[in-house]
Design a binder for this molecule. Structure first.
Ligand SMILES: Cc1cc2nc3c(=O)[nH]c(=O)nc-3n(C[C@H](O)[C@H](O)[C@H](O)COP(=O)(O)OP(=O)(O)OC[C@H]3O[C@@H](n4cnc5c(N)ncnc54)[C@H](O)[C@@H]3O)c2cc1C
Length: 465
């Protein structure tokens, strides 16, 4: 990152963090709100901690109206930016495909889909396999073109295999959510950064070590760089520090209810071409009992840490193709044990059993993939933290009612790429004093001061991917 020789003595706003949250906030403040005088501080290169580790997927298919509204806004912004930039960030609307192999799973998929559609995510088209089934249009592959939206629920196993011939033969129901797809998150981030810079924002390398508050207002930040601490006077501070938002908030005396889960991702070279090139993001909605060999079973049973892998492993294994028809790449995920931890730890260890478990999970979705179980592959595995609030809704708004000029855009969990672009707009609008849409109140940090909200937390669905 090109660091300027010196920091400005004063600026209109400082954003801590150049991940998707900080860059989206900078873009809205500089490009949309016209704030010319803005500094983004990051101790790492932009987009290099969590935002470049994502699966780069997005959806509007949530069981929660505020999340539907938020992601719908992001998707509208994606469409606008893709059209204006000549699709600079390879947006597509290939969809998500949720699969189940049990009749109970099919009933649950339908129930959940009805709830999500009723919450505003779009029309639910049910395909029982009758002659008068609704029409189904295949997505325009890897294109940024909006499809029909909503979702198609297929309940006829034969039709499912006709549409998606690579899925396991026992699949009973498949939900194809259409307001979903993926993109190049890195390119999106660079677009935000370039346009924000063009509008006057500056990115500087350094570690934010303090935020000065005078008479209840943000007055300055202190940044460590090159062995010195430099001060920038500013009336406005945005905490977009990703897994470190709680640590940064603590510097202002604010405690945030955030926990962190380590999520890993496998970047796989499907050299045998066993996974479909033109698949949606495919998600297995059932728990999986892995068919380990006798020898593997004996080995796993010996260690109390690995013995649970012999039992049912929770649902959620998923994969998607990466790249076009000529590519062999795929991204595979199954974060089957994600015990929350109070503070993120870097670097983190990667469980050597993660890969064998994920390969077996993907083979449950697409059985042809089992050919890799014997091939001793060593694909690239990386990951990062889902930093989450108890009900898995992000924090977008004033950091504390007691500190004027301090804001937060954080706790973006597993949905930062799909939430931050709109969340940055909500934050910039609040900073400008514009009224919030009613649903956006669900994201204010002040919600935890409302005893009725806190009492209802347990009942809120977390809807995580
Ligand atoms: C395996 C995996 C898969 C995922 N898949 C998806 C997906 O498909 N779709 C989706 O929408 N989301 C997904 N996510 C979630 C998404 O990646 C995150 O929600 C998002 O990247 C968080 O962005 P952020 O800007 O808040 O944090 P980060 O990207 O971590 O950025 C925070 C920045 O703050 C900087 N910083 C922190 N403290 C300081 C300090 N004191 N001084 C200076 N700089 C500081 C850090 O250096 C960092 O650059 C996934 C995440 C993981 C781990």
């Amino acid at each position: 990152m090109a660091a300027p020789l010196s920091l400005p003595a004063t600026t209109g706003a400082v954003i801590c963090g150049a991940g998707v949250a900080g860059l989206a906030a900078a873009w809205h403040l500089a490009v949309r709100q016209g704030l010319r005088d803005l500094v983004i501080v990051d101790e790492r290169p932009p987009f290099s901690l969590t935002s470049d580790k994502s699966t780069e997927c997005y959806r509007n298919w949530w069981p929660d109206r505020p999340m539907i509204e938020l992601t719908n806004r992001t998707i509208a912004l994606f469409d606008e930016l893709a059209a204006a930039s000549g699709d600079a960030f390879a947006l597509n609307r290939n969809g998500y495909l949720y699969l189940t192999a049990t009749s109970g799973g099919a009933a649950a998929l339908e129930r959940g889909a009805r709830t999500t559609a009723a919450a505003g995510a779009g029309e639910l088209r049910i395909h029982p396999g009758a002659p008068d089934d609704p029409a189904w249009s295949e997505p325009r592959w890897n294109r940024p073109e909006p499809g029909p939206g909503g979702a198609d629920l297929f309940l006829d196993p034969e039709e499912i295999r006709r549409r998606f011939p690579w899925v396991a033969a026992d699949v009973r129901a498949a939900l194809h959510a259409r307001g979903c797809g993926w993109l190049s998150a890195q390119q999106l981030g660079m677009l935000f950064l370039e346009q924000a810079r063009h509008a006057g924002a500056r990115l500087v390398e350094g570690r934010l070590v303090d935020v000065e508050v005078e008479r209840g207002r943000v007055a300055a930040v202190r940044v460590a760089r090159g062995g010195a601490i430099e001060r920038i006077a500013t009336p406005l501070f945005v905490n977009a520090a990703g897994p470190f938002v709680a640590q940064v908030a603590r510097r202002l005396g604010v405690e945030l209810p955030i926990r962190h889960e380590l999520h890993l991702k496998v970047f796989f070279d499907d050299e045998l071409g066993l996974l479909p090139r033109r698949a949606p993001l495919a998600i297995w909605n059932d728990p999986v009992t892995v068919a380990w060999t006798e020898e593997e079973r004996a080995g796993l049973a010996e260690d109390p840490a690995t013995a649970p892998l012999l039992a049912e492993i929770p649902a959620g294994v998923h994969f998607r193709p990466e790249g076009g028809d000529d590519s062999h790449s795929a991204i595979l995920l199954w974060n089957y044990h994600v015990e929350p931890i109070p503070e993120p730890v870097f670097p983190f260890a990667i469980d050597p059993l993660h890969l064998p478990v994920v390969l077996r999970g993907v083979a449950r979705i697409a059985p042809a993939f089992a050919a890799y179980l014997e091939r001793g592959r060593r694909p690239y595995v990386d990951g990062g933290y889902y930093s989450k609030t108890p009900e898995n809704r992000p924090l977008i708004g004033p950091l504390s009612p007691e500190i004027e000029g301090a804001w937060i855009l954080g706790a973006l969990s597993g949905f930062g790429i799909m939430a931050a672009p709109a969340a940055g707009g909500l934050l910039a609008a609040q900073i400008a004093g514009e009224p919030l849409p009613d649903w956006a109140r669900a994201f204010l940090p002040s919600r935890y001061s409302d005893p009725a909200y806190v009492a209802g937390l347990a009942a809120l669905e977390s809807g995580q991917l």
